[in-house]
Design a protein around this ligand. Structure first.
Ligand code: FAD
Length: 572
């Protein structure tokens, strides 16, 4: 049935329908279109995507390369037919939007497989064009065998390359989330993998000492790391294959190269239309995702949004925010007053059996943002009660502001239960929570799942101890230059297996008896395995009038700090 055969009243109302066009039909665009339909049956909603698919799982792409997801169709969460039939949403794939005319309220679209251009009118326009992988302008980056990972065809091409060429070696340039996920999946495919990263650490959103255990783990899993070494050129190998040349002069042979050095918001369309672009090169939007043009909304990787912790504008290419923003834009178009709260960079990644998660600000992020009044605690609790078999340590760092105790961020690395703890902290941050809220949080406990004092509670309690002066903490980065006496309160066997250079050993169990050996007028910095015994020692000594300080997180944190180059020294 076309509109001319409909009863007059219905045909008329269809002609008068408000028209919402959506550019980009994946995370932000698809969720916006679907939400809009649920809110308003009367709208004419049309989605354009220049790729062959809409609503596909970008986040699953590395696992398709790694054969964890074997069937490409599993990546497709909704087809154009489903959009049409279930939601009455028009979908045009292989159709690029090339121009926006804000005055006329039209867009120009062009079929990527031919078919010429046409102009479409809108009442409301939603931009969700995402972010494109950065391809540095360096010699050789366009050679065959050099890939970025953004779409299903990209991952398909990588899979085909690996099997057709029987690839055995790969270089991944970039040690962030996508780089490490690709490294993991290439290892899974049996390739020998080298990661080249310009920074001196993997996982740039984390602080370096929290990235150190990931680096140790990668080395254990035989992933070769070139840290602090940038890509210079990709050369051809005389015998076939590629050679990745780095700033240090290393020449790394590879059957394929993955470029994963970050993404750049796709803002050309918006910029050419005269929409405001912010300092972080994202489209400027208000808290209802409306751009500088009142008829245009923008969401997802392409927009700038406030960071709820630092208050500064940021671009954050993550699927959760893109989906939520799509929903907010839909509500705004439908006339509701829903607002986007901002982002806090909650993220998780799996790295060959290790889970790495973070939320909120990192220490370096806070320093960059000019925040000075904060403190950190480190802890390394088991992911569940130690008496129940199989407890695995979680390396945990909590950042909080002083003196109010507001939670600013957390990072955690471990094998089990990592993302659960970060999710709890993330929720607390959403609610403006403090370390006192973490200490008080009532969380699940049975021995195989947690502990009566969950790692989240412990983090809150430690932070409380710092805030109320029960546990003065020393700064790790001052360990190499302090005049303080370094006191190690672990057992002699633990001390013998490795200790901070220059530390003297008095086990906690002997401290009451031997405290007379300690100087009364000198600072004493106390270290143990993970910080707990040092805390007991600090409490005892401060009550006896000594100037005692805890080195937070103990020797486990020292090793991470040392490996990250943040404290001098070797294991004595
Ligand atoms: P996209 O989902 O990228 O969609 C943009 C779409 O717009 C694209 O299909 C593009 O073709 C289309 N488009 C662009 N310009 C035009 C135009 N002019 N005309 C027509 N169409 C256009 N996030 C997480 O939170 N967790 C993860 O584990 C995770 N893993 C990831 C793994 C990979 C390999 C990748 C690439 C991303 C991953 N992300 C992850 C990020 C997440 O996928 C993005 O943040 C999210 O998809 C952004 O949604 P978006 O709608 O802004 O853009």
């Amino acid at each position: 049935m076309n509109e001319s055969t409909l009863p007059d009243r219905l045909a008329h109302s269809l002609q008068d329908r408000r028209r919402v066009l959506v550019v980009g039909g994946v995370a932000g665009g698809a969720s916006c279109a679907a939400r809009l339909r649920r809110l308003d049956e009367s709208l004419d909603i049309v989605v354009f995507d220049r790729g062959p698919f809409v609503s596909f799982a970008n986040c699953g792409l590395p696992y398709y390369v790694g054969d964890v997801i074997e069937d490409e169709r599993a990546l497709l969460m909704a087809s154009p037919d489903l959009f049409r039939e279930r939601f009455n949403i028009g979908v045009f794939t292989d159709t690029e939007v090339t121009r926006i005319d804000c005055d006329a309220r039209t867009i120009t679209v062009r079929g990527t497989k031919g078919g010429g251009e046409r102009v479409e009118h809108y009442d409301a326009l939603v931009l969700s064009p995402g972010a494109a992988p950065i391809r540095p302008r360096l010699p050789g980056v366009d050679r065959a065998g050099v890939f970025a990972v953004r779409s299903i065809p990209d991952s398909r091409a990588i899979r085909t390359w690996i099997s057709d060429r029987e690839a055995r070696t790969a270089v991944v340039v970039g040690g962030g989330f996508i780089g490490l996920e690709m490294a993991e999946n290439l290892v899974r495919r049996g390739l020998a993998v080298t990661v080249v990263e310009k920074l001196r650490q993997v996982m740039p959103p984390l602080d370096p000492e929290m990235a150190a255990p990931i680096q140790t783990h990668l080395a254990k899993e035989r992933v070769t790391l070139h840290l602090g070494d940038g890509l210079v050129e990709i050369d051809g190998h005389p015998g076939g294959g590629l050679i990745v040349v780095t700033e240090s002069g290393a020449r790394l042979p590879a059957d394929l190269v993955i470029l994963a050095i970050g993404v750049r918001p796709e803002i050309e369309l918006a910029r050419e239309a005269g929409l405001s672009i912010g300092a972080r090169s994202g489209i400027v939007v208000d808290d209802q995702m409306r751009t500088s043009d009142p008829h245009i909304w923008a969401v997802g990787d392409a927009v700038e949004v406030p960071d709820v912790v630092t208050g500064q504008e940021t671009v954050l290419p993550l699927a959760g925010p893109a989906n939520r923003q799509g929903r907010v834009a839909a509500e705004s178009i439908a006339g509701r007053a829903t607002r986007f709260r901002g982002v806090q960079a909650t993220a998780v990644v799996g790295v060959l059996g290790l889970t790495v998660a973070a939320t909120g600000a990192s220490e370096k992020g806070l320093r960059r943002a000019g925040v000075a009044n904060f403190q950190t605690v480190y802890l390394h609790p088991g992911h569940h009660a130690g008496y129940y078999p199989g407890a695995r340590p979680i390396h945990f760092k909590l950042l909080f502001s002083t003196p109010d105790g507001r939670i600013l961020g957390a990072q955690a690395v471990g094998q089990e239960g990592v993302e659960k703890r970060i999710d709890v902290v993330a929720t607390a941050i959403q609610f403006g929570g403090t370390v006192h809220d973490l200490a008080e949080a009532e969380l699940c406990y049975a021995p195989q799942f947690g502990a009566a004092k969950d790692p989240v509670n412990l983090a809150g309690m430690l932070a409380q101890n710092v805030l109320n002066g029960d546990m003065p903490v020393a700064e790790w980065n001052a360990v190499g230059r302090t005049d303080a006496l370094l006191l190690d309160v672990r057992e002699p066997s633990e001390y013998a297996a490795g200790h901070i250079p220059g530390a003297v050993n008095i086990p906690l169990s002997q401290l009451r008896r031997r405290c007379g050996e300690l100087p009364e007028h000198r600072d004493i910095w106390i270290c143990c395995g993970v910080g707990q015994r040092a805390y007991y020692a600090t409490r005892f000594l401060t009550q006896r009038g000594y100037r005692a300080w805890n080195l937070p997180g103990g020797y486990a944190t020292y090793v991470a700090m040392r490996d990250a180059g943040l404290v001098p020294g070797r294991v004595a």
